[in-house]
Design a protein around this ligand. Structure first.
Ligand code: NAP
Ligand code: GLV
Length: 330
């Protein structure tokens, strides 16, 4: 019996690979460094299915080089690296992993928010560098208080909602703006819907959870940062280009805002000599929002199941372009 060919573009959890190997011939990109576009084209040239990562760009050039491709399965929820509309035109379902990572990513949003507000990373570094010589001082290491403050959320989807739930445990007032208003969430959790401008103006903490699209590219630039409180802290776990990096650096150095907690950056990785790394009021993490053992394993397993469903000609458990099913007759 013909076994489909699958390419996996990065190491993933072994049980997810085992699942794929039961039904397909499997090849895995052996390095941690992502394949270049040319290497990716070559790797996918004869395969039926591809299990990909956020750093792999799927565009017309790649799809032209992979004429047998019947399913693309991304181990992530954000799909800004994939031309989903083009995949739809070509009858290729695109799998992704919403939901299973929302709680872990929201946990990290809170870790960043607290770390930035209470200067956790900065003071830890200070201690390790041998500076703790006065045991205690009433005026040392003052930060912002999280409890009782106002959290503004931009993008109330899977992750934004989990962040809101955590904020309620900290007695925070939660205001939000999202493309679609969510009256049932407002009623259940007491969230307040308002305009982006009011979120910017009223939030003590701004947490960004929109996908990167042409509409959200540089959603936060100079104009928006100037609307924020000088005491406020911006937390970004969406995608780097949602925030204009140069404008953010300006805001942090000129005091338009008080600090930033960044899990994502534009560009990634952050250049080693980037000015943001010299700022004490910033915590920078290497895009680890969903990086817990449990979530990453669930993401890999879901991506493997999406891939196999596509290869079998079945509907995917989580499909970003279900409109493709009509053309496929499934
Ligand atoms: P999601 O459930 O799709 O939520 C995104 C929310 O943003 C939705 O509620 C959506 O619309 C809203 N939205 C979309 N465009 C908007 C716009 N122009 N203005 C205002 N709101 C808009 O996705 P998610 O699972 O929460 O993930 C969100 C993003 O986080 C992903 O796309 C990804 O880029 C990023 N992410 C990062 C990490 C990390 O490791 N740092 C991990 C996971 C995800 P509606 O209001 O219509 O619902
Ligand atoms: C990670 O960044 C994701 O989009 O899942």
């Amino acid at each position: 019996m013909h076994r489909p060919r699958v390419y996996v573009t990065r190491e993933i959890f072994p049980d997810a690979l085992d699942l794929i190997e039961k039904e397909a011939e499997l090849e895995v990109w052996p390095e941690d460094v992502p394949p270049t576009p040319e290497q990716l084209r070559e790797a996918l040239s004869g395969v039926d299915g591809a299990l990909i990562n956020v750093m792999d760009r799927v565009d017309a050039v790649l799809l032209d080089a992979a004429p047998n491709l019947r399913v693309i399965s991304q181990v992530a929820v954000g799909l800004d690296n994939v031309d989903v509309a083009l995949a739809t035109q070509r009858g290729i379902p695109v799998g992704y992993t919403p939901g299973v990572l929302a709680k872990a990513t929201a946990d990290l949003a809170f870790a960043l928010l607290l770390a930035t507000a209470r200067r956790v990373v900065e003071s830890d570094k200070w201690v390790r560098e041998g500076n703790w010589e006065i045991a205690h001082h009433p005026m040392f290491w003052l930060g912002s208080e999280v409890n009782g403050s106002t959290l503004g959320i931009l993008g109330l989807g899977g992750i934004g909602l989990e962040v809101a739930k955590r904020a309620l445990g900290f007695d925070m007032k939660v205001i939000y703006h999202s493309r679609t208003r969510k009256p049932e969430v407002e009623a259940e959790l007491g969230l307040k819907y308002t305009t982006t401008n009011k979120v910017l103006a009223q939030a003590d903490f701004l947490s960004i959870h929109v996908p990167l699209t042409p509409e959200t590219h540089h959603l936060i630039g100079e104009k928006e940062l100037k609307k924020m409180k000088p005491t406020s802290i911006l937390v970004n776990l969406s995608r780097g280009p949602v925030v204009d990096t140069d404008a953010l650096c300006k805001a942090l150095t000129k005091g338009w805002i008080a600090g930033a907690g960044l899990d994502v950056f534009d560009p990634e990785p952050v250049p080693k000599d980037h000015p943001v790394l010299g700022l004490d009021n910033v915590v920078v993490l290497p895009h680890i929002g969903s990086a817990s053992n449990r979530s990453r394993r669930e993401m890999c397993l879901l991506a493997a199941r999406n891939l196999l469903a596509g290869l079998r000609g079945e509907r995917l458990e989580e499909c970003a372009n279900p409109e493709v099913y009509q053309a496929l007759g499934i």
